[in-house]
Design a protein around this ligand. Sequence first.
Ligand SMILES: [Zn+2]
Length: 318
Amino acid sequence: MKFALRKYLPSSDSERQSQRLRIYRLLRKFLIGFIVVSLLNGIFSIYFDTPKMSSIRRRNEQIERQYRILDDKILAAERILEDIKHRDNYVYRPLLGIDTLDIDGIYRDYPDSKYAQLGGDRYSPLMIDTWKRLDRLTRRMYLASVSLDATQDLAENKELFSTVIPALWPIDRTKLKYVSDLYGWRMHPKYHVWKFHEGIDLAAPAGTPVYATGNGIVSESKTANGYGKIISINHGFGYTSRYAHLSKQFVVQGDSVTRGQVIGEVGSTGVGTGPHLHYEVRYMGSTVNPINYFNKDMSPEAYIDLVQQLNEKTVEQL
Ligand SMILES: [Zn+2]
C-alpha cells in the first residue's frame, strides 16, 4: 500500500524541484511575452494609428477643412457687403444729398466671454475666429440694411424731397448788395461780443421780395426779439428755413408755400445795422451753413466762386 501511493507523488525532492522550475520558466516566458507584446504595441501605436484613432483624425481633418471653406465664404460675403456699403456711401447718399454713414464706426465686437465655451482645444482659435467673423458680418449686414432702408425711403420720395429741400437764393441775386455776414462765429456788429451767427446775412434794398426756398408749411410768421419780423417754413424731412428782419410778411402760420413764392420783403426790423435778410437753414433742429443749399440753381463753378469770395471776406470789410 505504501508503494502504490508513492507512484502518484513526486518520486523525490529533486523531481519536485524540477517541476517547480518548469512552472517558473513557463510563467517567465508568459511575462516576457506580455512585456514584449505591450512594448511592440506601444511602439506601433506611436507610428501607426489604430482604426478608431485614424477615423477620429479623419473626422477632425474634415471639420477643419469645412471651417476653412466657411471662412472663404465669409470672406466672399464680406466683399459683397463692402461693395454695398461703398455704393450706399458714395453713390446713393451723395445722389440724395444725405451724409455718409460709417458702419464701422457704429459696430462694436461682442465681448470675448461670448466665445468662452468654444475654447479649450487645438481647434478653438479657428472656431472662435470663424464665429467672430460671422457675428461681425451679421451685425454689419444689419446696419447696412438699416442704412439702405433710409436711403430707399428718401429715394421713393426723391421727387417730393427735391421740391421741399431749401435750395434757392431767398432773394434775387441781382438785388444783393453784398453778403454782410457769414454763417459761423463772428463779432456781433451791435453787441461787440463773439456770437455764433446761425444764418447768412444778405444785404439788399428794403422792399426786395423774399422767396420761400422750398415747398413747405409756414410754421411761424411773427415778430421776435432781435429778429424782428420773422417767417419760418417747415419743409419736412427734418428741414426748416427762417427769414428774419423782414419789413413785410405775406403769409401766416399754417399757409402752405411753394418754392419761389414771395413770402415777404427785406427790411431792418429787429436788431440790425441796415436792411438785410437773415436767412437760416436748420436740419433736425440744428442750424447748417445755408450756403451749402444755394447750389441747386448754380453751376458748380459759380458755387465754388461764391464760396471762395465769401471765405475771403473778413469781418472788418463788412
Ligand atoms: Zn443774421
